[in-house]
Design a protein around this ligand. Structure first.
Ligand SMILES: [Fe+2]
Length: 212
C-alpha cells in the first residue's frame, strides 16, 4: 500500500517558503533583523513547526525504521545522517533566539546563524526527499505512518489554529483537501471561518505580531 506523503511535502514546502522570508529579513539594513525576528509571529511559527516536525520524525519514524532495517547497514547509515542533520539544524534555532536578547552579538553573528540554518535545512530537506522518503515508502507500514502523523498532530496541539493555515499557505486544492478530510466537521468549519481568515490577516513577518 502506498503511503500518502502529502503532509510531509506540505511541511517541507512551508519550511522552504519561510526560509525565503527569513533571508529577506536577514538582508534588511533599514532595521535590525534581530528586533524583527524577536517579535514576529512568523519566526515563532517557523521554529515551532520545524521542531515538532523533526522531533516527531526522530521519535516516531526513524526508530521504527531502524528495527525493520536492522540488517541493512547502508539504510541505517542514511537514518544516522537524518538524525545528525537534525542535530545540527535544531540547536541553531536556540542560538538564533539567544542573539535577540544579547546586545553584544552584532548583526554578523545572526547573519551567520541564519545562513547556516538556510544551508543546513535546504540540504537536509533535499536529502530527505531524495533518499529517506523513498525508503519510508518502501519499509514503513501504514500503521506506523499513521502513528507518526498522530504524534506530529498531537505535538502541534493547541497551536493548530495558527499552524494549520500556516502549513496550507500556498498549497494546492488537493493538498488542502487531504489535510482537512480527516478532521471533524466542526474543526473544518473553524479552519474555514476563523483560522484561515485570521492567518490571512496576520502580517506574520512584521515585528510585534508574535503572541507572548
Ligand atoms: Fe520531513
Amino acid at each position: 500500500m502506498t503511503l500518502d506523503m502529502t503532509t510531509m511535502y506540505a511541511m517541507h514546502h512551508a519550511l522552504r517558503r519561510e526560509l525565503e522570508y527569513i533571508a529577506k529579513i536577514a538582508d534588511r539594513i533599514d532595521d535590525d533583523p534581530r528586533k524583527i525576528l524577536a517579535t514576529a509571529a512568523g519566526w515563532q511559527m517557523f521554529t515551532k513547526s520545524l521542531l515538532v516536525h523533526h522531533t516527531a520524525e526522530d521519535d516516531a519514524l526513524w526508530p521504527v525504521m531502524r528495527q525493520t532495517l536492522a540488517e541493512r547497514p547502508d539504510e541505517l547509515a542514511l537514518l544516522d545522517a537524518m538524525e545528525a542533520e537534525h542535530a545540527v539544524i535544531d540547536p541553531l534555532l536556540e542560538q538564533i533566539d539567544a542573539t535577540f536578547a544579547d546586545p553584544d552579538s552584532g548583526p554578523e553573528r545572526l547573519g551567520g546563524l541564519l545562513d547556516a540554518l538556510a544551508t543546513g535545512l535546504t540540504g537536509h530537506l533535499k536529502h530527505e526527499e531524495g533518499e529517506a522518503l523513498p525508503l519510508i515508502q518502501a519499509v514503513v507500514t501504514p500503521e506506523q505512518w499513521q502513528a507518526f502523523g498522530q504524534l506530529h498532530g498531537s505535538r502541534i496541539g493547541p497551536a493548530a489554529p495558527q499552524l494549520i493555515p500556516w502549513l496550507l499557505d500556498g498549497a494546492d486544492e488537493q493538498t488542502v483537501q487531504v489535510m482537512l478530510a480527516p478532521l471533524p466537521e466542526p474543526v473544518r468549519a473553524a479552519y474555514r471561518d476563523q483560522w484561515q481568515p485570521a492567518y490571512a490577516a496576520l502580517d506574520r513577518w512584521n515585528a510585534g505580531t508574535a503572541t507572548s
